[in-house]
Ligand binder design. Structure first.
Ligand code: ATP
Length: 339
């Protein structure tokens, strides 16, 4: 277990920076997620942290020790990559004892470690199986046991659940989240699935184009997105142009009271679809489309200035395409994402 830090790390491929001046610290025992669109630099960050890539600039440290140029085999990291297949010529048990064997751990101890991990992951009965005969979910657990068997300083997970069906993913998400909590192992978890990251990670780093846009707890990132990119990438946000005055927020077509809203002047404000209140209010909109999400309904509506918003309401609300609706927003649910 360790504290990991990346300080001003840049990695270029040809002339483009896959990771651009990234500074990020992961506390001891913390599960840090990295999310962002395809090509934003998530995997490169992970590979740099593991030692498979060397940064062009910056320093990577484990517990304060500079490991920037230390090869991956000397960093004691546990890896679960989507493409990091199990050894299919070895039994499940041998897969799990392989790492400790390479690290010179004696036979009795490595078998004991493997037994404990297989037990913890609820796959003891698979110990003698050939990995090629396992389901995707079982293979994923064996991969995790294999990564944990070396007692890693750091666990690196790259899209470990890709290819699993939705139901299994949901179950494993809960189990893996609990397991990482119990183990207290410092973890970097790369995924493009923001729901997985939100439910499993202590903090999340949101990347875009090699740049770190925001790092914070799932609640921070959802409730107080730092900018329009984060507001749109994590969940759905409506971005509204407004002018903030000392007492109110003026959208041009409507105004809401906001005596405590910070700052004045022009601003782009983000509001979540379920933070609109349907019923009486100063904002009028025309419903274009309604989607049933189960418990809730989502309405796409146009405002007086022609811009489109997404509103979410209880399924008991009577909203239909063609309706004129009135909406209100509490100023506390509006977040400034840019001037
Ligand atoms: P995805 O979600 O699609 O896996 P990612 O966020 O993990 O994407 P990276 O794989 O880190 O993104 O890639 C970041 C950028 O660096 C991309 O533009 C990619 O094409 C480029 N890149 C990554 N590895 C290499 C390489 N070995 N050679 C050249 N370019 C690379």
């Amino acid at each position: 277990m360790s504290e990991i830090s990346l300080e001003h790390v840049t990695k270029r491929f040809d002339s483009t920076a896959a990771v651009d001046d990234l500074s990020l610290s992961i506390e001891d025992g913390e599960v840090m997620g990295i999310v962002g669109p395809s090509g934003c630099g998530k995997t490169t960050t992970l590979r740099l942290t593991a030692g498979f890539e060397t940064p062009d600039e910056g320093v990577i440290a484990y517990d304060g020790d500079d490991v920037t140029h230390v090869p991956p085999e000397n960093r004691n990291v546990g890896l679960v990559f989507q493409s990091y297949a199990l050894f299919d010529t070895m039994s499940v048990l041998k897969n799990v004892t392989f790492g400790p064997r390479m690290h010179g751990v004696g036979k009795a101890e490595r078998r004991e470690r493997a037994r404990q991990l297989l037990d913890l992951l609820d796959i003891s009965e698979l110990a003698d199986r050939d990995p090629t005969t396992l389901s995707g979910g079982q293979q994923q657990r064996v991969g995790l046991a294999r990564a944990l068997a070396i007692k890693p300083r750091l666990l690196l997970l790259d899209e470990p659940m890709t290819g699993l069906d939705a139901k299994l993913k949901q179950n494993l998400r809960k189990e893996l989240g609990d397991l990482l909590d119990d183990l207290g192992v410092t973890t970097l978890y790369v995924t493009h699935d923001q729901e997985q990251a939100m439910s499993m990670c202590d903090r999340i780093a949101v990347m875009n184009d090699g740049v770190l846009e925001q790092v914070g707890t799932p609640t921070d990132i959802y409730e107080s997105p730092a900018n329009a990119f984060v507001a749109n990438f994590i969940g759905t946000s409506n971005l509204l142009k407004a002018t903030v005055t000392p007492a109110a927020i003026d959208f041009g077509f409507a105004e809401i009271d906001a005596p405590e809203f910070p700052g004045t002047g022009p601003a782009t404000l983000a509001v979540r679809p379920d933070d609109f209140r349907l019923g009486a209010g100063p904002i009028e909109a025309h419903v274009e489309n309604v989607f049933y999400l189960g418990e809730r309904v989502q309405a796409i509506a146009t405002l007086a200035d022609g811009s489109e918003i997404t509103v979410e309401a209880s399924r008991h609300e009577d909203v239909a395409p063609g309706d004129r609706i009135t909406l209100d927003i509490d100023a506390e649910h509006l977040h400034r994402v840019s001037r």
